[in-house]
Design a protein around this ligand. Sequence first.
Ligand SMILES: Cc1cc2nc3c(=O)[nH]c(=O)nc-3n(C[C@H](O)[C@H](O)[C@H](O)COP(=O)(O)O)c2cc1C
Length: 202
Amino acid sequence: MSTASRPTVAVAFHSGYGHTAVLAEAVARGAAEGGAEVVTVPVDTITEEQWDQLDAADAIVFGSPTYMGTASGAFHAFAEATSKRWFTSAWKDKLAAGFTNSGSKSGDKLHTLQFFSVLAAQHGMNWINLGLHPGWNTSEASENDLNRLGIFLGAGAQTHTDHGPDEVHKADIATAEHLGRRVAEQTAVVLAGRTALAAVTV
Ligand SMILES: Cc1cc2nc3c(=O)[nH]c(=O)nc-3n(C[C@H](O)[C@H](O)[C@H](O)COP(=O)(O)O)c2cc1C
């Protein structure tokens, strides 16, 4: 983990058909804008070097499409493989967040985000929520609002199943960027607090 206040944020994601990958890039972009060093890790092809990158990160943002009401099978395989880290509490006190994408407006996305938050809790990680009020919930609001799907736990996106990755909704991309920025900023606050605490306890 970083000792200075510049955080390292890892984006650990799976995308079967490229839509969620667009959001992973947006989270990474937002985190970089927020001052973090960023690594993206496609979990279905994860290497030993990338496991090391996750171990070294201050925050890990989990991302997956919603398949059958939960994260994809590939993401679940990755989650099971993290049990090696669980045994040694290797990820304890890292920060965590999550994003998902589905074909339907709801599509049971919340369940995927809840799965991510439980995975984080099992590791003793501290969950960072989206930190946005819902958009698109008044007569004057628009589908182009940030957080247009009105999710609090993480970033959610909806992509029509006959649309390609280049048609992921711009508001959902912006919402994912927001999440990345927020994770970077909140992680920097925690790192600064740890540094300050270490200074007064020596
Ligand atoms: C096996 C499978 C299961 C799916 N299950 C859901 C679902 O439960 N809810 C939903 O709204 N969309 C569901 N979808 C649609 C995907 O979430 C949607 O197409 C998404 O954009 C795919 O993201 P990806 O390109 O990153 O894989 C499913 C798609 C597949 C292939």
